[in-house]
Ligand binder design. Structure first.
Ligand SMILES: C[S@@+](CC[C@H](N)C(=O)[O-])C[C@H]1O[C@@H](n2cnc3c(N)ncnc32)[C@H](O)[C@@H]1O
Length: 269
């Protein structure tokens, strides 16, 4: 069984190192500080579903390095709050907000998305959560909490990158989840919980191809920069992460794990 390997904390701790920026550019094309399977064209498409205006306040759940939240604030001219469980992620994100002169409208806080969120009812015009839902095991409670804090008539977009859509061995599941706590779900379960939480599913799309493309490129870019990565990751973590990226590539390219994006709405009163 593969050992746990840290992807988030140590990556966020070194996020602005030039070599990691080069790897992100080689992986994503345009580097906005994402640490997921999304590319800018895809992220832009998801943002276009949210009908954002400058007076809006958006919550990014699991905001990682803060890069995508800062990009979104620039793009829509709105206020953004990001939450993430990683202290290193929130520290990097907060510094980036200061460095880009956006600290007045973009803020980041450490919070566990599995717990009640520290926000009032009806306080956000949109919620965005990219490639992180798989870390939230009590899915129904998470949707109920999102419904509580969303304003009536407003929407949330999230991707679930690990919907089981084919045969997967126990070793493959272990490798895919070697970076932390994971919940794998069958097709239809998110849809069921969305409705049970009182939200309405507006749209869903299969976006597995992006994960296959990004994970394949990420694995290859890391291989090219192995010597430099070894200095910050060490041999064991480097190899563990390479096996993780190879597993993501194989499982998504073969469509045995699917990545689905969902747009959900809270009813108008
Ligand atoms: C794949 S990364 C995605 C980050 C960001 N959304 C992006 O696109 O770059 C998953 C993120 O989920 C965060 N995370 C994991 N468990 C969490 C939890 N229980 N509450 C909040 N954030 C969590 C991790 O720290 C990590 O930043």
């Amino acid at each position: 069984m593969p050992k746990r390997v840290d992807l988030f904390d140590s990556t966020y701790g070194h996020f602005t190192q030039g070599m990691l920026e080069t790897i992100r550019s080689e992986t994503f094309g345009q580097d906005i500080g994402q640490n997921s399977w999304t590319t800018v064209d895809e992220y832009d498409r998801f943002l276009s579903w949210l009908d954002l205006r400058p007076e809006h306040h958006v919550l990014e759940v699991a905001s990682g390095s803060g890069g995508p939240a800062l990009y979104l604030a620039n793009h829509a001219g709105c206020k953004v709050t990001g939450i993430d469980a990683s202290e290193a992620g929130v520290a990097t994100a907060t510094q980036s907000a200061v460095d880009s002169n956006q600290a007045d409208r973009v803020t980041f806080t450490v919070a566990n998305a599995n717990s009640p969120l520290p926000f009032d009812d009806d306080s956000f015009d949109a919620i965005l959560c990219i490639d992180s839902m798989n870390h939230f095991p009590d899915r129904l409670k998470v949707f109920q909490e999102w419904r509580r804090i969303l304003r009536p008539g407003r929407c949330a977009v999230f991707t679930d990158p690990v919907v089981i859509s084919g045969p997967v061995t126990n070793d493959e599941l272990a490798l895919r989840s070697s970076i932390g706590l994971f919940l794998f779900v069958p097709p239809g379960l998110n849809e069921q919980f969305i409705e049970a939480a009182g939200l309405h599913l507006v749209r869903q799309e299969d976006v597995t191809a992006n994960a296959a493309m990004v994970s394949g490129r990420w694995h290859e870019a890391r291989k090219r920069h192995k010597d430099a990565l070894l200095k910050i990751e060490g041999e064991e973590r480097f190899e563990g992460l390479q096996q993780f990226f190879a597993a993501v590539y194989r499982l998504t390219a073969e469509r045995r794990l699917s990545r689905i994006v969902y747009l959900v709405e809270k009813a108008r009163r």
